[in-house]
Ligand binder design. Structure first.
Ligand code: ATP
Ligand code: MG
Length: 337
C-alpha cells in the first residue's frame, strides 16, 4: 500500500494562493487516492512551525489547519490519517538519528536555509535542521508521494539521499520516496500553480506581503474579496488575452476563474478572449471568489473542535504505532536496541 504525506505549517492564516496552489490540489489527491487504497497522512507540522514566529494562538491555528482541509472538501475515510507531529515523539527521535547521518555540507547547501538566514544576526538551529526533521516525517511512514511546491524539492532530494545512505550503511530499512519529476507527474500538473499578487501581478501572492489589496485571505468577507478583485491591476491593452509575460494581471484573473470552477483554462480563455470590458471579467471572477469564500467559510463553521480532536485521537494512535515500529527497526539496525 502506497503512502501520500502532506502538511501545512500553522504560522498564520492562508491566502487564496495557498488555497488554490496547495490546499485544494492536496484535497483532490487525498479524495482520489485514499479510495484507491493509498494511505493518506495529513499531519500538522507543529514542530516545524515553531522555527518562526506564530501569528495568533498556536492551539487554535492547529485546529484551523485541519478545519481548512475539511472545509475544502476532504472526504474522510479509514485510509486518511490526521495527526499532530509533536504528538508522535518518534519524529524528533528519528530526526536526531538522521542528524548523525546527514552532513554539515549537504544541510548547509539548502536554499531555504540560505534565504531564511541571510542578513540575520541570529538564526535558530531549527531553521538549519528542519529539512532533517522533514526527512524523518517522511521516512517514518515509508511515504512514496509528498506533494510539495517547487521550493521544497531540494528537501525531498535530501530525504531521498538520507534514506539511500542509511539503507546502504545499516541495511534495507527505509522506502526511498519518489524523485521530484515523478512527484509532479503524480500531482497531475505540468508546472507549479502560481497565483499572482493582485497589485503587482509580476510577483506571486504571498501571505507575508503587507499590502492588504495584494492578497485575498481565506477569512476575508466575500464582499471585501470581490472589491479586491475589482481593483486588481490589469493592463491598458483594452482587450482580453492570456499571456503571463505581457499581461500578468488579466492572465491571473483567468487562471483564478479556471481553478475555482474546475474548468479547463483554455475554455475560460476562449470565453473571454478579445472582450474589451475588463470590468465584466472582474465582476465574474469577483463573483467566483466570493462564492468560494462564502461556501468555504460556512463549511468552516460547521466543523467543531471536538470533531477534530476525535480525528487526532484516531490518527495519533495509528501514527504512533506505525512510527514506533519503524523507529525500533532503525534503533535495532544501528545497535541502540
Ligand atoms: P510566505 O510569504 O510566508 O512564504 P506563502 O504564501 O508563500 O507565505 P508558504 O507557507 O510559503 O506560503 O507556502 C504554503 C504552500 O502554499 C506551499 O505549498 C506553496 O507552494 C503554496 N503557495 C504559496 N503561495 C502560492 C501562490 N501564490 N500560488 C500557488 N501556491 C502557493
Ligand atoms: Mg512562501
Amino acid at each position: 500500500m502506497k503512502t501520500i504525506l502532506t502538511g501545512l505549517r500553522v504560522n498564520s492564516e492562508l491566502t487564496l494562493g495557498n488555497y488554490l496552489g496547495a490546499l485544494l490540489p492536496m484535497v483532490r489527491l487525498a479524495n482520489r487516492y485514499s479510495k484507491e487504497g493509498f494511505n493518506v497522512n495529513i499531519f500538522v507540522p507543529d514542530l516545524h512551525s515553531i522555527i518562526s514566529p506564530i501569528e495568533g494562538n498556536m492551539k487554535e491555528n492547529i485546529l484551523r489547519s485541519i478545519r481548512y482541509y475539511l472545509a475544502a472538501g476532504l472526504e474522510l475515510n479509514d485510509n486518511i490519517h490526521i495527526y499532530r507531529q509533536s504528538y508522535i515523539p518518534a519524529h524528533s527521535e528519528l530526526c536526531w538519528i538522521l542528524n548523525c547521518v546527514a552532513t554539515m555540507g549537504e544541510a548547509s547547501r539548502m536554499t531555504q536555509f540560505k534565504e531564511k538566514s541571510e542578513g540575520k544576526d541570529s538564526v535558530n538551529v531549527g531553521i538549519f535542521d528542519y529539512p532533517i526533521l522533514m526527512a524523518a516525517d517522511i521516512l517514518l511512514y515509508d511515504a512514496n508521494y509528498i506533494p510539495v511546491g517547487e521550493d521544497q524539492f531540494q528537501h525531498l532530494e535530501l530525504a531521498r539521499n538520507l534514506a539511500l545512505r542509511f539503507n546502504k550503511r545499516f541495511g534495507e530499512t527505509f522506502t526511498v520516496p519518489e524523485e521530484s519529476k515523478k512527484q509532479i507527474e503524480f500531482m497531475g500538473i505540468d508546472g507549479g500553480i502560481r497565483i499572482r499578487d493582485l497589485v503587482n501581478p509580476e510577483k506571486k501572492m504571498s501571505k507575508s506581503t503587507l499590502a492588504e489589496n495584494s492578497k485575498i485571505m481565506l477569512s476575508d468577507s466575500p464582499e471585501k474579496a470581490k472589491k479586491k478583485i475589482m481593483s486588481a491591476t490589469t493592463d491598458s491593452f483594452g482587450s482580453v488575452e492570456f499571456d503571463f509575460k505581457t499581461r500578468p494581471g488579466i492572465s491571473n484573473l483567468l487562471n483564478i476563474e479556471s481553478l475555482i470552477n474546475n474548468l479547463p483554462l483554455n475554455e475560460v480563455i476562449a470565453t473571454w478572449k478579445g472582450n474589451d470590458r475588463y470590468g465584466d471579467l472582474k465582476a465574474k471572477v469577483g463573483e467566483s471568489v466570493a462564492n468560494l469564500l462564502s461556501t468555504f467559510q460556512s463549511n468552516l463553521e460547521k466543523i467543531s473542535d471536538a470533531e477534530i480532536e476525535k480525528l487526532f485521537e484516531a490518527g495519533e494512535t495509528y501514527a504512533n504505532t506505525k512510527a514506533n515500529k519503524k523507529l525500533l527497526e532503525v534503533q535495532a539496525k544501528i545497535g541502540l536496541r
